[in-house]
Design a protein around this ligand. Sequence first.
Ligand code: HXC
Ligand code: NAP
Length: 292
Amino acid sequence: MSPPPPDVDTDDCLPSYNYLFCPDILREKVAFITGGGSGIGFRIAEIFMRHGCHVVIASRSQQRVSDAAKKLITATGQQCLPLSLDVRQPQSITAAVDNALKKFGKIDILINGAAGNFLCAASNMSFNAYKTVIDIDTVGTFNVSKVVFEKYFRDHGGVIINITATLDYRGQALQVHAGTAKAAVDAMTRHLAVEWGHNNIRVNSLAPGPISGTEGMNRLGSHNPNMERSILASPLQRMGNKTEIAHGALYLASPLASYVTGTILVVDGGHWMTSANDYMKLIRNKSFPSKL
Ligand code: HXC
Ligand code: NAP
């Protein structure tokens, strides 16, 4: 079995990179990546740039995306435009997409990676906490997809990759907000694939498992005493890394996936099938504050 590609746990570029795909497979393409300033989105930006792509990375914090863009440009020599937007605010999305089109003249690939999450039992969750995650993950994915569709993809085609999760497959404890949000995005993937296939747009989901060096794992894994055991009991017995997720995105964005639409690519080492999911054990654990 191939060893995992090397990665670094911080939001920094890889010190070196071993090409598995053709190095110019995304040559002169332009990708618009929400959540591209950190974690999985940052690594997708880097791997795409290493394959010839220019990118726009967009999230709420201008500081975060500007710092990330400097690192990405230095490491890859490609162009990276850092923009601030809130995926819950259509006006800010419209302004960012206009800026991206002004700079690059096109968008070929949209990665919907922006998301919010925390561990919380449904019984402890406020109405607003649930709504906030649905607004960012689900409504945000629709908002950005719609703006990019209207402004560019409708007439030129394109590829959309929605970053989802496996949480809903088994009803993961303490994750009703994120699980239902991502399940809705997987449904959105299929609906948009059907409606927009005629416009030469492919729409797919990419569902990561537990990924090292990410805010998601910091938030979900560090308070979960069962996490290590659950990972060791999973088929590949380890966490994934950000480069492995970026390679999945690279495949879906590339011409290798030219006949692939409306699907979910699960990149989780088989974790969801065996993951521990004992709600009573989790909530009884004293290390869980009511609000994490
Ligand atoms: C319970 C919480 C909470 C927590 C916030 N809330 N944090 N409830 N537990 N830990 C509640 C608040 O009290 C409030 O409700 C409501 O949620 C909105 O909170 P705000 O702070 O006002 O929201 P906002 O500023 O919009 O921030 C959104 C956020 C925040 C999701 C709450 O954490 C964020 O910006 N996250 C982005 C980064 C992130 O989460 N990355 C991880 C993605 S990983 P009230 O009722 O008080 O008004 C991921 C992994 C999936 O998705 C799978 C992994 C295996
Ligand atoms: P992350 O670094 O926290 O990524 C989330 C990004 O979303 C941040 O860059 C954040 O930047 C941005 N964001 C949050 N709210 C936003 C908003 N309202 N508008 C615009 N941008 C917003 O976490 P990650 O762990 O790498 O997660 C990346 C993606 O992978 C997410 O979709 C997540 O659900 C998914 N995922 C992760 C894992 C994992 O193990 N880590 C597993 C399954 C799925 P700002 O704060 O600057 O806005």
